[in-house]
Design a protein around this ligand. Structure first.
Ligand code: PLP
Length: 384
């Protein structure tokens, strides 16, 4: 029977929840059990065990995330990096070649450049803004193309429709890390991507209290990723699964508020005389503003900026702000602020980081759900 709803706000609350409700409980209980009574399962991947990713909380999350993404199936994992590594290790084998967007999240960049060469997986970075430059990078062993919905921390928006077309034309698997957009702002599977990945640590959970990951796509591919995950072992713990499912229920409310608040703060910073420039796709000055407008329902809650003057000014600003917490990560209810040079991109050699446009002075802001006016007032006093 089809569901009596089609909109994301209702899907977030109801999709995938067990029916009939367990003992009438309005919220699904925490299934704090590692293993389950044997019921005649035939294969290793059917044995009901927390690491095998088939316990009640995991299955409910898989069903909910598949509906949210408009995908056939989904899988949750112990972190965003476990979703990324397990997915890529399923799609790619030794001897295969990957095309990846330049300027990816630092952890993904390190995985591709430091771990994958040792496994015989070849890599070329592409300028994801220039679709006409990609064909030159193709090799006979190219298998996949990997991009992010918005890059971290520069908020660049790749030519995502061209990525989908290019992948189809050359029989590649298209993968996108859509952490920054969340399904509220962008639904990559509906737009034609083969696989969408999230660090569920960020917007999906939204409360900065767990680490989790997710991947969604065609059922047959997700099943292969699950088998790989069962061997690699990065499965989501029962209590974290409960928190993730609870956090998801308010995703639309949070993200829409954060879209709105971040836009106001970006506009305020862009007009402030102490600020050199702001990176936020919602600003008309952003080089890919028109593209972002046509692809996304909102521009997200993360922006980055540089102050005029020496890099040390950035540190002074961080010390003077009273509401944003100086901490890595993003997408939660608390406003967090960092210098990527010392956190998400600290692993990159300085030359390479600066070449990517991530200067020592760059500040990244993840806008939470506090009152926008309180945040603006805090920036006003700190920038004075
Ligand atoms: C875009 C993006 N993808 C993946 C990750 C990794 O996620 P996790 O920390 O949940 O492993 C991050 C973390 O900051 C991220 O920003």
């Amino acid at each position: 029977m089809s569901e009596p709803y089609t909109r994301i706000e209702t899907q977030l609350v109801h999709a995938g929840e067990p029916l009939p409700r367990i003992d009438g409980a309005v919220e699904m209980p925490i299934f704090q059990s590692a293993t389950y009574e044997y019921a005649g399962e035939g294969s290793y991947d059917d044995v009901r065990y927390l690491r095998i990713n088939n316990t009640p909380s995991q299955l409910a999350l898989h069903a909910k995330l598949a509906v949210l993404e408009g995908a056939e199936a989904a899988l949750v994992s112990a972190s965003g990096m476990s979703a990324i590594s397990t997915t890529l290790l399923t799609v790619l084998s030794p001897g295969d070649h990957l095309l990846a967007q330049r300027g990816l999240y630092g952890g993904t960049h390190d995985l591709l450049t430091r771990e994958f060469p040792r496994l015989g997986i070849e890599l070329d970075f592409i300028d994801a803004d220039r679709a006409d430059s990609w064909a030159d990078k193709l090799r006979r062993n190219t298998r996949a193309i990997y991009v992010e919905a918005m890059t971290n921390p520069l908020l660049e928006v790749a030519d995502l429709p061209a990525v989908v077309q290019f992948a189809r034309a050359h029989a590649l698997t298209s993968l996108i890390d859509s952490t920054f957009a969340s399904p509220v702002n962008y639904r990559p599977i509906v737009a034609g991507f083969d696989l969408v990945i999230h660090s569920a640590t960020k917007y999906l959970n939204g409360h900065s209290d767990i680490v989790a990951g997710a991947v969604a796509g065609r059922a047959e591919v997700i099943e292969r990723i699950r088998h790989k995950a069962n061997h690699l072992g990065g499965s989501l713990d029962a209590h974290a699964a409960f928190l993730l499912k609870r956090g998801l229920k308010t995703l639309a409310l949070r993200v829409r508020y954060q879209n709105d608040s971040a836009l106001q703060i970006a506009q305020f910073l862009a007009a402030h005389p102490a600020v050199a420039h702001v990176n936020y796709a919602g600003l008309k000055t952003h080089p890919q503003h028109a593209r972002a407008r046509s692809l996304f329902a909102g521009f997200g809650g993360v922006l980055s900026f540089e102050l005029k003057g020496p890099a040390q000014r950035a540190e002074e600003l961080l010390a003077r702000l009273r509401i944003p917490i100086v901490a890595p990560s993003l997408g939660g209810v608390h406003t967090l602020i960092t210098r990527p040079a010392t956190t998400s991109h600290a692993g990159l050699p300085r030359d390479e980081r600066v070449r990517l446009g991530i200067s020592d002075a760059l500040v990244r802001l993840s806008v939470g759900i506090e009152a926008t006016e309180d945040l603006l007032q805090d920036f006003r006093q700190a920038l004075q």
